[in-house]
Write a protein that binds this ligand. Structure first.
Ligand code: ATP
Ligand code: MG
Ligand code: MG
Ligand code: MG
Length: 484
């Protein structure tokens, strides 16, 4: 079943059950100063859950575009994490609660495909519930699920709150057993790759106070209006229904991966079996490329442009990681003009605006690649030399001033220096780098002040001198002026 069809069925199922279909919010989380990007379906509904605004509907359904940058290190290595993904969700604002949420999720998951559902084999579905949530436990039992497949888990896994006083509650997750070739038997607590989490149901039923952390708080009472918030990973259910090993192989992602493999002459997936953990590094890189190119498309599509701070910096890092992975696989030419149109063709059936807007999106993307290739050309030789010198000197850490010089003179981002150094088995003296960055900021501030007043503010230089002592000017003796 194609991803676009899964999305359609999800919306149709809940619409038929009285839910209002609400479009996805754009990826930048403008309404929340603590969040760069929307990371769950419920984010656009937070004011309703907190009772700050009255919901214009009692129940809603959406397919929300999400970005989770904290998952970036998992991408390509696990079978189930993307930096961009889509979250199918159904929501109740003081309307139905646990019993209906469980029944609606179960029905859609197990109704046969020919009758509009996803047709999952009930024997392969496991559920987790919060330790003392007997109600949820018993509701899953009414579906016929045996007690052995209902696992009780603690606060870290199965409790939801915003980490602030307000609504909170237990959650219950659905897992699909992909079978013995994916890992050890025993349920989600044993192997989260074999048992793939695909749906999380949050039951907002309590009010909490004295919140020290997400797992340390006091329940002060029941909420007058109990809410439901669920999230089903669209790519995860697609990977199950399409019978592929991971979410980089579904219809919306695989063509990008295939194109990258073609260009670089790599054969994807010949090195390993289904368990993603055994993957060959080339395969991991191809998955990273496919994921990151799609994420870049979606971010630029929603108005983000590459820059050195905030949302633009996240985008820049993701784009540059994809471009560099292509180079590591041997592709020396521009990569995005080859890959981005493929991503557009994958995603525009669900998001036609991407095709309509592609001139704008691709110009921004291709310009960023040009800038980055210039940076790479200038910085790589210098970094390679510094790495060789560090190794020759028998040290395991690249000096902070080298990292700083690369950043300051060549615009070589520190995370790239870190990544390349790590690949070469070195760490980077991050403290030294940070100290130089702080000095530079102080200097810039002093210069700005001097420009305003006409007088240099020497106090900043004083602070640098106090912290580090005087420097000897050795350039004439030590610099190789011939090569300049
Ligand atoms: P995991 O434990 O696998 O990291 P999670 O518990 O962090 O997932 P939730 O916060 O419960 O995920 O989000 C709801 C649903 O969204 C998950 O059940 C999953 O289907 C999907 N999901 C979460 N993170 C990702 C991701 N990085 N890529 C794709 N789908 C995701
Ligand atoms: Mg997670
Ligand atoms: Mg989880
Ligand atoms: Mg979860």
């Amino acid at each position: 079943m194609r991803t676009a069809e899964i999305k359609r069925r999800f919306l149709a199922h809940f619409e038929a059950n009285g839910h209002t279909v609400v479009p996805s919010a754009p990826l930048p989380a403008i309404s929340d100063p603590n969040l760069l990007f929307i990371n769950a379906g419920m984010v656009q509904f937070v004011p309703y859950f907190l009772g700050q605004r009255a919901a214009p509907y009692r129940t809603a359904v959406s397919v929300q575009k999400c970005i989770r940058t904290p998952d970036i290190d998992e991408v390509g290595k696990t079978s189930r994490h993307g930096t961009f993904f889509q979250m199918n969700g159904n929501f109740s604002f003081g309307d139905y609660f646990k019993a209906d949420a469980i029944r609606l999720a179960w029905d859609l998951s197990t109704t046969p495909v020919e009758r509009g559902g996803f047709g999952l084999d009930p024997e392969r579905i496991w559920a987790t519930v919060y330790l003392d949530d007997d109600e949820a436990h018993d509701l899953w039992r009414t579906t016929g699920m045996p007690v052995e497949r209902i696992v009780r888990r603690g606060k870290a896994d199965n409790y939801w709150s915003m980490g602030i006083p307000g609504p909170a509650g237990p959650c219950s997750e659905l897992y699909y057993d992909r079978g013995p070739s994916y890992g050890a038997e025993g349920g989600p607590e044993v192997d989260e790759d074999r048992y793939l989490e695909f749906w999380n149901l949050v039951f907002m039923q309590y009010e909490i106070a004295d919140v020290a952390s997400k797992t340390d708080f006091r329940i002060v009472g029941e909420l007058p209006n109990k809410n439901i918030d669920t999230g089903m990973g669209l790519e995860r259910i697609a990977s199950i229904l399409q019978g592929v090993d991971n979410l980089y192989e579904i219809d919306e992602v695989r063509p990008i991966l295939a194109r990258a493999a073609d260009l670089t002459g790599k054969q994807y997936g010949v090195h390993s079996g289904p368990a993603a953990a055994q993957s060959h590094p080339d395969d991991v890189r191809l998955r990273v490329i496919a994921d990151h190119v799609r994420t870049s498309l979606m971010l630029i599509g929603d108005g983000v442009t590459p820059s050195n701070e905030g949302r633009g910096y996240v985008l820049r890092r993701i784009m540059r990681r994809a471009i560099r992975a292509m180079r590591l696989l041997g592709w020396q030419d521009k990569a995005l003009p080859e890959l981005l149109p493929v991503a557009r063709d994958c995603m525009s059936p669900s998001y036609p605006e991407l095709a309509a807007d592609f001139d704008r999106i691709s110009s921004a993307a291709y310009a960023e690649e040009d800038t980055f290739l210039g940076t790479l050309r200038a910085g790589t030789t210098i970094l390679d030399t510094a790495i060789a010198e560090t190794k020759k000197a028998g040290r395991s850490s690249l000096p902070g001033d080298k990292a700083f010089q690369l950043h300051d003179t060549y615009g070589f981002p520190i995370d790239l220096t870190l990544e390349i150094a790590n690949e070469q088995g070195l760490t980077v003296d991050a403290d030294g780098f940070r100290a130089l960055m702080t000095e530079q900021r102080a200097r810039a501030k002093a210069d700005a002040k001097a420009r305003k007043t006409g007088h240099a503010d020497l106090s900043a230089y004083r602070a640098v001198l106090d912290a580090h002592g005087p420097t000897d000017w050795l350039a004439y003796e030590t610099l190789d002026t011939e090569s300049r």
